[in-house]
Design a binder for this molecule. Structure first.
Ligand SMILES: Nc1ncnc2c1ncn2[C@@H]1O[C@H](COP(=O)(O)OP(=O)(O)OP(=O)(O)O)[C@@H](O)[C@H]1O
Length: 770
């Protein structure tokens, strides 16, 4: 960082050219208007415009389009973050036309990629890396804020509900944005998360020049406070990382409507920034118009104030943007001459002041001894010796004279002014402490109220738990009853199932017996039919033979009759013939009789067989009837059993569903109870915390009261002692007790919980800074 004899610090200006974009290539060509000599400090512009010529610009460093993010960081931003770690304020801001690479440089194209991450994430990592390696006796607090200036209004990007924030200024904090949300962070990843949240809340729009054009100036603030736990000295460095909205020629960007309004506001605020830079560097302006825009007001300390500042100007190398590039380079050229007055933001501690006081006392004692020695030497040298009284008077006179001389010396000196200022400071602190005390009291009352509320909540939750437990017990009982029923039903079901199986077995046995009978019957029928057929056949044959015989006999008879007719006269013959005829006839009749008898026997036999068949058929039918009855009854029984089984299954399923529903209920109840228990535990913890806080606050109030009394006494003493010597006693509040309250990390999601608390924290923190 360039530092001259007066201790002032010039702004470092770094110039970065991005590669030619596809659009520029398509619109114009690959040609570049810039050249980069090898000194890394110069850029030459070969103007392509009508009255073009060669322009030469010099900066602290010039980065070509092929530069890497890491190199830009190391040159442009790392020295600033190192200064912040020493307790200086630091600012890095990017300026350039729209789409020239400001956001690419500040945030990066990928915040998590080590190659493409921009300045802000790299600075954050450096801060935490440094903290990790610094002596353990140094305690750090890192806070992050993120806001944007959009259409001349400051919006909190971490808590977008906070809009139109105001800018304040005081001796201790310099220029600052009031009520800007500050999140305490303990790691880089936490900061990245906040950056992501803030970036998502940023106003971004699409223009002809940039599909993701930032339409606001974004300001990322990182505050690092370090406290030495041995001597309690503290210093605070504030880092401003500013990504300005790009200047744009509305004709080129095609801005209209809302975009046009935005562009006008952006260009206006950038003009104001230019005016401030001119006023700071032209050597004749008596007034710097910081208050003309929100941007210049916020950057007041960064431009010509208490800050070490780097400005990164970003440019396009394309002839398409030549005019804007030249304008940006001229802006950077003017900014080079801005001088800042950075100083370490230290806070004096009581211990440090005590040391200073004892040094002053030693000095005075030394001088007293010297005066006495001089007196003695004068006496010894024969210079008029004055008697004791006179000497005493003389001594008194001398002392008065010395005191008066001291007074006049002191009064005329800077020290006197400083002491007066410190007394003023102390008075302010007293007033502040009194205010703080009242505030603590109010806070305490609020905490007590909250405690009361929590106690009520606690009781309510206990009651809920008790109700739930009772409900759970009831459900448990119901569940057990249902389980018993289910068990009984299961047993009945099993028993019925067994019975059904037995019946089915019986049915199967009967069925096979029926089948066997059926087969036997078929066999029997077959045999009888066969026998009958055979006998019928024999009878038919016999009948035919008999018929033949009869036919023969008839022929014989006819023959005999014919013979008889021829021998009518022969009575004897006739008689013989008649006798023989009679014999034949008898024989034939006998045979006929026999045959008829036999036929009758056979018919009888057939009838008997028929009867047997019929009886067998009846028996079969009867058997069949008996069988189907049995089967039917068996079926009926089986159906009944199946129906009851179905009903049982249904019941079983219903009960099982009920049981699982009850189980779910039970689980829900159990979970509720667990949650309530957790909530309860949290509440108890909160109550404990709150009680501790109250106790702490009470103790603090006591301490403040004590300190106030001490302070008043000391103040008196300081004024008194000032009259007699240069000894002073400066009281500075350590404030570490409060820090513990602040360092408890709060996530952003919880941030909405208690805006009140945050305000109080901020007030308390303001107190700390004092
Ligand atoms: N050095 C670089 N290397 C590669 N690409 C770059 C570089 N700088 C910018 N770009 C690309 O150029 C485009 C515009 O960049 P960026 O959005 O950072 O511009 P900007 O100046 O922030 O614009 P605006 O003011 O409109 O927000 C982006 O796509 C970005 O990735």
């Amino acid at each position: 960082m360039a530092e001259d004899d007066s201790g002032s610090n010039k702004i470092r200006v770094i110039c970065r050219f991005r590669p030619i974009s596809e659009k520029e290539r398509a619109l114009v060509s690959d040609k570049q208007v810039c050249e980069f000599p090898n000194d890394n400090r110069t850029v030459i512009i070969n103007q392509q415009s009508e009255n073009g010529g060669i322009l030469n610009f010099n900066y602290d460093y010039v980065f070509t389009p092929t530069s890497r993010q890491e190199d830009v960081y190391n040159i442009a931003a790392k020295p600033i973050v190192e200064a912040v770690m020493q307790g200086f304020n630091g600012t890095v801001f990017a300026y350039g036309q729209t789409s020239s690479g400001k956001t690419y440089t500040m945030t990066g194209s990928d915040m998590y990629d080590p190659e493409y991450m921009g300045v802000i994430p790299r600075m954050v990592s450096t801060v935490f890396d440094k903290i990790a390696f610094i002596n353990a006796k140094i305690e750090f607090q890192v806070k992050v804020s993120y806001c944007e200036i959009y259409m001349e209004k400051i919006k909190d990007l971490l808590d977008p509900r906070r809009k139109n924030l105001k800018i304040h200024e005081d001796r201790a904090r310099g220029v600052y944005i009031a009520e800007l949300y500050e999140e305490y962070v303990s790691s880089g990843s936490e900061v990245y998360t906040l950056m992501k949240i803030g970036t998502d809340n940023r106003e971004v729009g699409s223009t002809n020049m940039n599909s993701k054009s930032s339409r606001s100036h974004s300001i990322f603030i990182l505050t690092v406070t370090q406290t030495n736990s041995t001597d309690y000295s503290a210093k605070t460095g504030k880092l401003y990382l500013v990504d300005l909205a790009g200047s744009e020629k509305v004709g080129k960007t095609g801005a209209a409507g809302k975009r046009l309004e935005e562009a006008k506001t952006i260009n206006k605020s950038l003009t104001m920034l230019g005016n401030v830079i001119t006023a700071l560097t032209d050597g004749k302006s008596t007034h710097v118009p910081y208050r003309d825009s929100k941007l210049t007001r916020v950057l007041q300390d960064s431009l010509g104030g208490n800050s070490k500042t780097s400005l990164i100007i970003t440019c396009s190398p394309s002839p398409f943007n030549e005019a804007e590039t030249v304008s940006t380079l001229r802006f950077g050229n003017r900014a080079k001459f801005i001088k800042n007055r950075p100083k370490v933001n230290r806070e004096h501690t009581i211990n440090e002041l005590k040391i200073l006081l004892s040094q002053a006392r030693d000095e005075i004692a030394k001088k007293d001894r010297l005066i006495i020695a001089l007196r003695k030497a004068m006496k010894n040298s024969g210079i008029a010796v004055v008697d004791e009284e006179l000497l005493k008077e003389e001594d008194d006179d001398d002392e008065e004279e010395i005191s008066q001389t001291n007074d006049s010396i002191i009064k005329g000196s800077d020290l006197y002014n400083e002491l007066i200022m410190e007394i003023e400071d102390l008075k302010q602190k007293l007033a502040e402490e009194t205010r703080l005390k009242t505030k603590h009291k109010i806070h305490e009352e609020q905490l007590e109220e909250e405690n009361e509320q929590m106690r009520n909540d606690h009781e309510f939750i206990y009651k809920q738990i008790a109700d739930l437990l009772a409900k759970k017990n009831l459900i448990d009982i119901q569940l057990r009853e249902k389980e018993d029923v289910v068990e009984k039903l299961t047993i009945t079901n099993e028993y019925l199932q067994q019975e059904l199986n037995q019946e089915i077995d019986k049915k199967l046995a009967l069925q096979s017996k029926l089948n066997e009978n059926q087969e036997e019957m078929n066999r029997f029928n077959k045999n009888v039919t066969q026998r009958l057929t055979e006998e019928k056949k024999i009878l038919e044959e016999k009948f035919l033979m008999q018929k033949e015989k009869t036919k023969k006999l008839i022929n014989e008879i006819e023959k005999i009759q014919r013979n008889l007719k021829s021998n009518l006269n022969d009575d004897a013959k006739l008689k013989i013939i008649e006798e023989s005829h009679q014999q034949v006839k008898d024989r034939w009749l006998n045979e006929k009789k026999m045959l008829v008898l036999e036929i009758n026997i056979r018919v009888k036999k057939i009838q008997e067989l028929q009867v047997v068949i019929d009886s067998a058929a009846e028996k079969y039918k009867a058997l069949e009837n008996t069988m189907s009855d049995g089967e039917r009854s068996l079926k009926r029984r089986s159906d009944t059993l199946e129906r009851s089984l179905e009903q049982l299954s249904l019941m079983y399923h219903q009960l099982a569903t009920q049981k699982s529903a009850l189980k779910v209920d039970n689980q829900v109840c159990e979970r509720k109870i667990v949650r309530l228990n957790e909530k309860n535990a949290n509440n108890e913890k909160l109550i404990k915390d709150q009680t501790e806080k109250i106790a702490k606050l009470e103790q603090e109030i006591m301490e403040i009261t004590k300190r106030t009394t001490n302070f008043e006494e000391n103040n008196k003493m300081t004024i008194e002692s000032l009259r007699y010597s240069t000894r002073i006693k400066k009281v500075i509040k350590g404030g570490m007790d409060f820090e513990n309250m602040f360092t408890s990390k709060k996530s952003l999601s919880n941030s909405t919980d208690s805006d009140k608390n945050k305000e109080e924290e901020k007030d308390l923190e303001g107190q700390l800074l004092l």
